[in-house]
Design a protein around this ligand. Structure first.
Ligand code: KG4
Ligand code: ZN
Length: 346
């Protein structure tokens, strides 16, 4: 039975997990750094890197002990090698290299976005390629066609903020604390989504790209005018964001009519209202809908181990060299055209 150790350290979660070829998460540990970053209202890269360096080694020892497994029993060690905050990525990747070298186990350098993109297949064994993927996290907001492991075509991306970033900024404006997404979701439950008139940037545009900067500014204005309750602003923001996402998906899905399943992944996929809305989009397009359980949506090491298992199973698999570099940027589809950004003339 294939057994892979996954290591994740690209943002503010330090995580290690063991996953087997039968999609079982044999052991996993995760430490969030919310308490360290909360006073600053966002992730501080240097604090994150230091926290990863302190926590990762005992965490890896912990998951191996939990499963009663030795390093030599592993088929591979998979670690996030980018994209992300480079100090944290290097902590995880260097640890993986050292363990791989010491125990003579293959190293797999995983693209964090590929971890998210394949995570639905860890949760759902019946999910076959190709599928239409909405990848929504703190740093990314993309619509991709997934044709196989390592085969991604980006149909849409954001020209400014990512969706998770928009949730985080809304939480900050409303003083809901950090991390923002879950807080906005919680408070939105008490609010009226129609109470605050907010824009739906890009809705109606023929290209399926996203923009959330204008929505964030409108949230700030609504808050500053003092006329609205935070609950109503949160609910109205969440609804506006969902309207943007569903509209953009409808445009992108025209180009993916052979995809039978609509899939959502990344931290924002943990949001129940987002999931419900996407289920509606899938139904309207006669597609199946699948999303990983919320704990597999936010950053975790099981998805990194799973991406390693998927890579191991490819015909002609070769391990990554031990001198492979950590990458702050690493697009899933390197051939995708850069998108004209806000303020740039055509
Ligand atoms: O995938 P992830 O854990 O880390 C990145 O790779 O960025 O995503 C984190 C993002 C954050 O912006 C967080 O606020 C958002 O996902 N998020 C949510 C929820 N849970 C996490 N956004 C909306 N609703 C949630 N329940
Ligand atoms: Zn992530």
């Amino acid at each position: 039975m294939t057994l892979v150790l996954g290591i994740e350290s690209s943002c503010d979660e330090t995580a290690a997990a063991l996953v087997d070829g039968e999609r079982r998460i044999v052991a996993q540990r995760i430490a969030s750094q919310d308490a360290e970053h909360a006073p600053f209202g966002g992730v501080v890269p240097e604090i994150a890197a230091r926290a990863h360096a302190e926590r990762l080694a005992p965490m890896i020892e912990g998951v191996l002990a939990d499963a009663n497994v030795a390093l030599g029993d592993l088929d591979a060690i998979a670690a996030t090698a980018g994209p992300g905050l480079i100090g944290g990525v290097m902590v995880g990747l260097v640890s993986a290299k050292a363990l791989a070298m010491a125990s003579d186990v293959p190293l797999i350098a995983v693209n964090h976005l590929e971890g998210h993109a394949l995570s639905p297949r860890l949760a759902d064994a019946s999910l076959d390629f190709p599928y239409a993927l909405l990848l929504v996290s703190g740093g990314h907001c993309q619509i991709l066609r997934v044709d196989g492991v390592g085969q991604y075509r980006r149909l849409a991306t954001t020209i400014d903020d990512a969706l998770g970033e928009a949730f985080d900024k809304t939480a900050k404006i409303l003083g809901l604390g950090f991390p923002g997404g879950p807080a906005v979701e919680r408070v939105a439950k008490e609010g009226d989504a129609k109470a605050v008139p907010l824009p739906r940037p890009m809705v109606g545009s023929g290209e399926p790209h996203f923009s959330f900067a204008g929505l964030k500014s409108a949230v700030l204005r609504a808050h500053e005018c003092g006329r609205y309750r935070s609950e109503d602003i949160a609910a109205s923001f969440q609804q506006a964001a969902i309207d943007c996402v569903t509209d953009r998906l409808r445009i992108a899905l025209v180009q993916m009519q052979d995809c039978k399943t609509l899939v959502v992944a990344g931290g924002v996929a943990a949001n129940a209202s987002v999931r419900a809305a996407l289920e509606g989009v899938a139904e309207a397009h006669a597609m199946r809908f699948t999303a990983p359980p919320p704990k597999l949506c936010t950053d975790n090491a099981a998805m990194i181990a799973w991406a390693g298992i998927e890579r191991l199973a490819l015909p002609g698999f070769t391990p990554d060299p031990l001198d492979i570099s950590a990458r702050p940027r690493w697009p899933l589809d390197p051939t995708a055209e850069p998108v004209r950004g806000a303020g740039v003339k055509a």
